[in-house]
Design a protein around this ligand. Structure first.
Ligand code: 9UX
Length: 69
């Protein structure tokens, strides 16, 4: 398992937090995602055999938010 903190911009309400959480936890290999609007970040723990940081970022961006490492 690997844990990464992603910077996420564009979450403007609690619904956004739920959306980002759903997107991240829906990715195969993601074990947990702790998303904070106040901190504009997501702490994600994932199996590096199943996915990678770039895929996490891409999924969040596809959902309409700005993500970076
Ligand atoms: Mo709130 Mo976010 O109405 O994508 S859910 S702004």
């Amino acid at each position: 398992m690997q844990t990464v903190t992603l910077k996420i911009d564009g979450m403007t309400c609690g619904g956004c937090v739920k959306s980002v959480s759903r997107v991240l936890t829906g990715i195969a290999g993601v074990q947990s995602a702790d998303v904070s609007r106040e901190q504009a970040q997501a702490v994600v723990t994932f199996d590096e055999q199943a996915t990678n940081v770039d895929a996490l970022i891409e999924a969040v961006e596809d959902a309409g938010y700005d993500a970076s490492k």
